[in-house]
Design a protein around this ligand. Structure first.
Ligand SMILES: NC(=O)c1ccc[n+]([C@@H]2O[C@H](COP(=O)([O-])OP(=O)(O)OC[C@H]3O[C@@H](n4cnc5c(N)ncnc54)[C@H](O)[C@@H]3O)[C@@H](O)[C@H]2O)c1
Length: 460
C-alpha cells in the first residue's frame, strides 16, 4: 500500500514538473474561458443615481471609508458589518451623530454573517475591508448576489482566487474593483497624465514599492492576520500600492502585458525578532524575508522593479518612478521630474535654463509642471479631497471616482484585470523564490484581449 502511494506521489511530482516547467519558465494553469463569457474591459452598467453601499470589515481601515462615503452626494449607507459588534456600533454612532446620516442596518457576531449582507436586496455596492484571506470569497459571493464589489488591497491572495474573481465578474457582468488608492495620489495622477501626453517619451522602466515598518500596527490587526500571513508566505505579499501606479502608466492590458517575473529576497530577521520580543517565542519557520525585490518584463520590452519591506527602519516609501526615453518622474524620497529640455513647451513653464536631463528640474518648474499636467479628474475635487482626507486626499478621490462612474454608468477606472495583475505577484513571487528565483510566467488575465484598448481612460 505504502509503495503504491509512493509511486503515485512520484508520478504526480513528475507530472507537475513536466506541465509547469517549460523552457525554464514556470507556468501556472490558465482556465479556459467558458463558452458565451466575454471580457469586462470597459464594462458599462446601468446608471445608479443613488448608490446604496454596504460595508464589510470595520477595523482600522473600514471606518474611514464609511465616513468618506458619507460625504459624497448620492450615496446611501445601508448596512455595516464586522465580526465585532463594538466596531459596527461605533461606526454607526459616528455616522448618525457626526455626519447626520440615517442609521445603517447592523450585522455582526461571526465570520459568516457577511453572507446576509451580500444577500440584501437593497444594496448596489459591497465595500470590503476585511483581512486579506476573506476578500475574494466575499467578492465572488457579492457578485453572485447581484452586487458590484470594491475590495481593499490586495483583493486576492492566490491564483485560484484571482481567476474566481475574473470569471465571476465576466459571468455576472458586475464591476469588481480593487480599492487601490495610491493610483489617485496627486503626484501619481499628474505623472500618469504626463506619461499619456508623451512628456516622458516612451516609458521603458518603472519602479514601485511598499516600504513601511509596521511595528506600531502589528498588535492591532484582528486576530494577528497580517503577521500570520507573512509568517506562512514568502514573496511580495503587498504589491499593489507599488505596482498599479506603474502598470497604469505603462498601459498594461491596454496595449502591453506583463510576461514574467523573477524574485529575490533576504532572509527573515526583523519580524521573527519582533515576535520574540513581544512573546518570547523563538521563531524558526518565518517565511517572508525582510526585503523582497521583484523584476518584471513586459511584452513590449519594458521593465518594472517592485519591492516589499515591512520591518526595516526605513522612511516610508512607495518609490514610484517612471523612466522614459525623454523624461523621468520620481516620488520618494524627493518628488521630482527630469526632462529633455526640448520636451517642455514654454507655456507655463519658467526657467528653461534649468531644464537638464541629468538632474531634477527646479522646484519652480516642478510646481509649474504639476499645475500644467494636473489630471483632469483631480481638478474639480482636489480641494474637497484634501479637506475630507484619507492619506492626504487620494482615498477620497478613489471613492468619489468609483461612485461618479457608477452613478453615470461609466466604466470604472480600474477593472478586475488590474486587480489580477497586481495581486498575482503574491502567489507568483512565492513560486519564483521557492524555485531559486526562477522566472515565472504572468498570465494574460484578459485571455487574449490585452491589446484591445490603448490606455487607461478616466471617463468623465
Ligand atoms: N489602501 C490602503 O491604504 C490600506 C490601508 C490600510 C489597510 N488596508 C487594507 O484594508 C484591509 C483591512 O485592514 P485593517 O488594517 O483595517 O485590518 P483590521 O484587522 O484592523 O480590520 C479587519 C476587520 O475585518 C473584520 N473581519 C475579519 N473577517 C471578517 C468577516 N469574515 N466578516 C466581517 N468582518 C470581518 C475584523 O473584525 C476587523 O475589524 C486589508 O486588506 C488591508 O490591507 C489598505
Amino acid at each position: 500500500m505504502r509503495t503504491k502511494s509512493l509511486i503515485f506521489s512520484l508520478m504526480a511530482c513528475l507530472l507537475f514538473v513536466s506541465t509547469h516547467v517549460a523552457g525554464q519558465m514556470i507556468k501556472t494553469p490558465v482556465p479556459v474561458r467558458p463558452a458565451g463569457q466575454t471580457d469586462v474591459l470597459k464594462l458599462k452598467t446601468d446608471p445608479i443615481p443613488t448608490v446604496r453601499v454596504a460595508f464589510i470589515g470595520l477595523g482600522m481601515r473600514g471606518p474611514g471609508a464609511v465616513y468618506r462615503m458619507a460625504q459624497i452626494d448620492g450615496v446611501e449607507i445601508v448596512a455595516l458589518c464586522d465580526v465585532r459588534k463594538e466596531q459596527v456600533e461605533k461606526v454607526n454612532k459616528t455616522l448618525t451623530e457626526k455626519y447626520g446620516k440615517a442609521q445603517a442596518k447592523e450585522f455582526y457576531g461571526d465570520t459568516e454573517v457577511w453572507r446576509k449582507v451580500t444577500a440584501l436586496p437593497n444594496v448596489d455596492l459591497i465595500y470590503v475591508a476585511t483581512d486579506w484571506q476573506s476578500h475574494a470569497l466575499i467578492g465572488v459571493q457579492a457578485m453572485k448576489d447581484g452586487k458590484h464589489v470594491a475590495i481593499e488591497v490586495p483583493s486576492a491572495m492566490s491564483m485560484q482566487e484571482i481567476w474566481d474573481l475574473i470569471n465571476t465578474s465576466e459571468q455576472t457582468r458586475k464591476h469588481c474593483m480593487q480599492l487601490e488608492n495610491c493610483v489617485y495620489d496627486f503626484f501619481e495622477l499628474t505623472s500618469l497624465n504626463m506619461a499619456q501626453q508623451g512628456v516622458f517619451g516612451e516609458v521603458l522602466h518603472g519602479e514601485g514599492a511598499y516600504i513601511h515598518g509596521l511595528q506600531q500596527f502589528w498588535g492591532s490587526y484582528w486576530e494577528n492576520w497580517r503577521m500570520d500571513f507573512n509568517r506562512k508566505h514568502r514573496g511580495d505579499v503587498y504589491p499593489t500600492h507599488g505596482l498599479l501606479p506603474v502598470t497604469l502608466a505603462m498601459n498594461i492590458h491596454r496595449g502591453d502585458k506583463m510576461n514574467y517575473l523573477v524574485s529575490v529576497d533576504t532572509k527573515a530577521v526583523g519580524n521573527p525578532a519582533y515576535i520574540k520580543e513581544k512573546t518570547g517565542e523563538e521563531v524558526t519557520d518565518f517565511r517572508n524575508g525582510d526585503h523582497t525585490m521583484t523584476m518584471i518584463r513586459t511584452e513590449k520590452g519594458k521593465s518594472i522593479l517592485i519591492q516589499h519591506d515591512v520591518t526595516s527602519p526605513r522612511p516610508y516609501s512607495r518609490e514610484f518612478q517612471l523612466s522614459g526615453t525623454k523624461g523621468f518622474a520620481n516620488k520618494y524620497p524627493v518628488q521630482g521630474f527630469a526632462l529633455n529640455a526640448d520636451n517642455v513647451d514654454s507655456e507655463g513653464v519658467p526657467n528653461h535654463e534649468d531644464l537638464n536631463a541629468h538632474r531634477f528640474v527646479s522646484d519652480e518648474t516642478r510646481k509649474a509642471l504639476m499645475e500644467k499636467y494636473k489630471h483632469p479628474i483631480a481638478k474639480g475635487i482636489e480641494e474637497k479631497a484634501k479637506k475630507v482626507g484619507g492619506h492626504g486626499g487620494m482615498d477620497f478621490i478613489m471613492d468619489y471616482r468609483m461612485i461618479y462612474c457608477l452613478q453615470n454608468g461609466l466604466p470604472l477606472d480600474m477593472d478586475v484585470y488590474d486587480l489580477a495583475e497586481s495581486c498575482c505577484l503574491i502567489p507568483l513571487t512565492e513560486i519564483s523564490l521557492d524555485n531559486g528565483s526562477a522566472p515565472v510566467e504572468i498570465p494574460d488575465f484578459t485571455r487574449g484581449a490585452w491589446d484591445k484598448i490603448d490606455k487607461v481612460h478616466f471617463e468623465q
